[in-house]
Design a protein around this ligand. Structure first.
Ligand code: G3P
Ligand code: CA
Length: 311
């Protein structure tokens, strides 16, 4: 048996013991704890996935094509991004809902405060320098459209955790994103099975994605109460949480459930740049680690026996 399986099994047993104790102590958690008691799925042999957060964003400007190319050069298959919408309806890759932190928008358009993404046309956004803030070597990097981004991820043979950022600002963006993914070939049976997760902090947004395309793998960003996890598992395949909120017990509670596709509910955990912490989370049960330093994290997980997803 691979060492990581032993480690995860051991961690899961500890977590299950914790859940049983919790269940004994309070009936309020009994419902969530009970499924874990007869679950064997926490011993899954699936390797832990390393996801390059906003691309390899410790080393290259986040959410640019350079950031995913840098991840590819490090041998990282999975990348994460953030999608928003311009004033004229172009889907663009951008984390903040303003352009100020990661572009030179204040210099180019000094009279356009507060420089919201949704206040600028694509023709305007495309002129911005999205690289110089990170370092002069990245000068001239551009904000990509989702179309450009999908072409490059495809060319790089990478896989994507696509985040719908602030969906409440962009009514209807779910359908637009799915249309773009379909045009890019990313809603084929093979693509939805192997290389795509759509996630959001917005539960309603993820529900909408699930309703529009039930075959697409989805993730909810957050750490719902254990008692509420079954509600999320109705429309979300993953519960992707801030690492500071995680514990072996919480991973066990997630793994005790099945998502909408009848597979064990998963948890990808963010944003973890410390290798020792990544290994700890892996031992507790993380299915994926989302990191700005995917080279360090994938190496640490590999060294600790947690493997890397094979092609
Ligand atoms: O993928 C998880 C992570 O991206 C969520 O936080 O703010 O970096 O989009 P944020
Ligand atoms: Ca994100």
């Amino acid at each position: 048996m691979p060492s990581r399986t032993l480690t995860r099994a051991s961690g899961a047993l500890t977590a299950l013991a914790g859940l049983v104790l919790t269940a004994a102590a309070t009936s309020a958690t009994a419902t969530a704890a009970e499924p874990a008691a007869d679950s064997t799925s926490a011993t899954t042999a699936a390797p832990i996935v390393t996801v390059a957060h906003r691309g390899a964003s410790a080393y290259a400007p986040e959410n640019t094509l350079a950031a995913i190319d840098t991840a590819r050069e490090m041998g990282i298959d999975w990348v994460e991004n953030d999608v928003q919408r311009s004033k004229d309806g172009e889907l663009v890759i951008m984390h903040d809902d303003t352009l100020t932190r990661t572009t030179n928008v204040e210099e180019v358009f000094p009279d356009r405060a507060p420089w919201k993404v949704s206040d600028f046309t694509w023709k305007e956004i495309r002129t911005l320098d999205a690289g110089s803030w990170k370092g002069e070597e990245w000068a001239g990097a551009r904000v990509p459209t989702l179309d450009q981004y999908m072409k490059r991820v495809t060319q790089n043979r990478q896989k994507l955790v696509l985040e719908i950022k602030k969906p409440e600002l962009y009514p209807g963006i779910e359908e637009e994103i799915l249309t773009e993914l379909r045009k890019s070939g990313w809603l084929s049976r093979a693509a939805v099975k192997n290389k795509l997760v759509v996630q959001s902090f917005g539960a309603d947004s993820i529900k909408t994605v699930h309703e529009l395309r039930p075959d697409v793998k989805t993730g909810f960003l957050g750490t719902p109460a254990v008692a509420d996890l079954p509600d999320y598992a109705a429309f979300s395949d993953q519960i992707n949480s801030n690492h500071g909120t995680m514990s072996a017990e919480y991973y066990a509670a997630v793994h005790a459930l099945e998502g909408p596709h009848g597979k064990q509910l998963e948890s990808y955990t963010w944003t973890v740049d410390d290798p020792a912490r990544a290994v700890e989370l892996a031992e507790w049960g993380a299915d994926g680690i989302i990191t700005n330093k995917p080279d360090l994290i994938s190496e640490a997980l590999e060294d600790a026996g947690f493997g890397v997803a094979a092609e």
